[in-house]
Design a protein around this ligand. Structure first.
Ligand code: OGA
Ligand code: NI
Length: 386
C-alpha cells in the first residue's frame, strides 16, 4: 500500500496513517481497527447533553477562592474530570493553536512523514501506541512533543509548517503550564494541605499530544483512543470546537459523552495524582469516539511529575484507616512499564483493578483497613503519553 511508511526504527510492522486509511477504505473499516463488541461505543446512548449526568463545569475566575477550590476538589474526587471555563488562557491563542495543528495534518503526506516517530521516544508524528505486533489499532494519528524539562524540548522536532506553528505552540504551552500550576495549588488546598505541597511532591514535567481523528465510515465499530486512564499527573485537553468525541466513565459506571463548552479546557486527573492523593482524586477511564461526518482535532497537554522523583501517597494522607494504596515508583519507571504494554488490551484489566483498589479504599475508610496490593508495577496503565 502506498500509504505505508516505516516510521523510523522500532515499530514492529509498517506504520499506516489513519488519514490514508480514511481516504482509501471506502465504506468499510479495515479489521485491524474493529474493536471487539464489548468495547464498541454506544453512540446513540449518550443522552447526557447538558444534563446533570455530565462532568462538572468550574469557573476559575470566581472571586471566592475557597469556592473554586471546593468545586475543583469535588469534581476530581467524584469524576476525575471537569471543564475549566474562564481559565485565563487567551481564546485567540486557543484558536491559533488549533489552526496551526490542523494546518500540519493537512500537509501532504511526504511533509508529515519527515517527522515520523519511533517507539524510543514517541516524539513526532505517529499512528500507534505500543509495540505489540498485530495488536488492535485506534482510529487516530497524533503528534507528540516534549516541553519540560527544558533539556528535552527541541523545536527542531516540531513541525516547521505551517510557519506559525512553533511560535504558537510555544506560547500556548507556556500559558497552559501557568494554568496547570494554578490547578495544582487548588488540588493541594482541596486535600487540606498547604497550597504548594502537591507541587513539591510532584516536581514538574510536561509534554503534549495533538490528536487527529480522521472521518470514519463505521464509527460504531472503532474508537479514536480505546479506554484508558492518563498515566501522568493531570491533563489539560483542548477539544475541537464543534465535533464531540470524548467519553468519560461516570461514577455510576456508564459512559457519558462530554458536551464541550466552547474554549473550555477539559481537565482530568492522571494516575500519578491519584497515587499522590492516595486515591482521594480519581484517575478515571475515558475514550474517544469518531465521526463519519467530520474529522476531529484535540490537544492534550500532559502535566507530569519530574521523572526521577519517587511518587507515593503523601504521608499526610496515609492513616491507620486509610493506608497507602500504592508502592513508591518514579514516573520514569512507570513510563517504561506503560510503553512495553502498549494500548491493546492493556487498559481493561488494569483499569478494573485500579477501580477495585479505589473502591476498597473508600470502604476501608469506614470499615477495617485493608492494604490492597496493587497490580504488578503500577495502579493503571496507558500508553497515551510518555
Ligand atoms: C488523550 C485523550 C481525548 C480526546 O490524548 O489521552 O484522552 O478527546 N484524548 O482526544
Ligand atoms: Ni487520555
Amino acid at each position: 500500500m502506498s500509504s505505508c511508511f516505516n516510521g523510523g526504527a522500532g515499530w514492529p510492522e509498517p506504520v499506516v496513517r489513519v488519514q490514508a486509511v480514511s481516504d482509501t477504505c471506502g465504506d468499510t473499516v479495515p479489521d485491524r481497527y474493529v474493536k471487539p463488541p464489548p468495547e464498541r461505543p454506544s453512540l446513540s446512548s449518550d443522552g447526557s447533553r447538558g444534563g446533570l449526568n455530565n462532568i462538572p463545569v468550574v469557573d476559575l475566575s470566581m472571586p471566592d477562592a475557597d469556592a473554586t477550590c471546593r468545586a475543583v476538589a469535588a469534581a476530581c474526587k467524584e469524576w476525575g474530570f471537569f471543564q475549566a471555563v474562564n481559565h485565563g488562557v487567551r481564546p485567540e491563542l486557543l484558536r491559533a493553536a488549533r489552526v496551526s495543528w490542523r494546518g500540519f495534518f493537512r500537509q501532504p503526506a511526504e511533509v508529515r512523514e519527515r517527522y515520523a516517530n519511533s517507539p524510543a521516544t514517541y516524539e513526532g508524528y505517529g499512528s500507534r501506541l505500543g509495540t505489540a505486533k498485530g495488536g488492535p489499532l485506534d482510529w487516530g494519528d497524533y503528534y507528540f512533543l516534549h516541553l519540560l524539562p527544558a533539556a528535552l524540548k527541541s523545536h527542531d522536532k516540531w513541525p516547521s509548517v505551517p510557519p506559525s506553528l512553533r511560535e504558537t505552540t510555544e506560547e500556548y504551552s507556556e500559558e497552559v503550564l501557568g494554568l496547570a500550576r494554578r490547578v495544582m495549588r487548588l488540588l493541594s488546598s482541596g486535600l487540606g494541605l498547604e497550597a504548594g505541597r502537591l507541587q513539591e511532591a510532584f516536581g514538574e514535567g510536561a509534554c503534549m499530544r495533538v490528536n487527529f481523528y480522521p472521518r470514519c465510515p463505521q464509527p460504531e465499530l472503532t474508537l479514536g483512543v480505546a479506554a484508558h486512564s492518563d498515566p501522568g499527573g493531570m491533563t489539560m485537553l483542548l477539544v475541537d470546537d464543534h465535533v464531540r468525541g470524548l467519553q468519560v466513565r461516570s461514577p455510576d459506571g456508564g459512559w457519558i459523552t462530554v458536551d464541550p463548552v466552547p474554549d473550555a479546557f477539559i481537565v482530568n486527573i492522571g494516575d500519578q495524582i491519584q497515587v499522590l492523593s492516595n486515591a482521594v482524586y480519581k484517575s478515571v477511564a475515558h475514550r474517544v469516539t469518531v465521526s463519519s461526518a467530520e474529522d476531529r482535532l484535540s490537544m492534550a497537554f500532559f502535566y507530569n511529575p519530574r521523572g526521577d522523583l519517587p511518587i507515593a501517597p503523601m504521608p499526610e494522607l496515609v492513616t491507620a484507616d486509610r493506608p497507602a494504596l500504592y508502592p513508591e515508583m518514579t514516573f520514569d519507571e512507570y513510563r517504561v512499564f506503560i510503553r512495553q504494554r502498549g494500548l491493546g488490551g492493556k487498559a481493561k484489566a488494569q483499569l478494573e483493578s485500579l477501580q477495585a483498589t479505589a473502591d476498597k479504599a473508600a470502604t476501608s475508610c469506614s470499615g477495617s483497613p485493608v492494604v490492597v496490593a496493587p497490580p504488578p508495577g503500577c495502579p493503571a496503565a496507558d500508553s497515551s503519553s510518555s
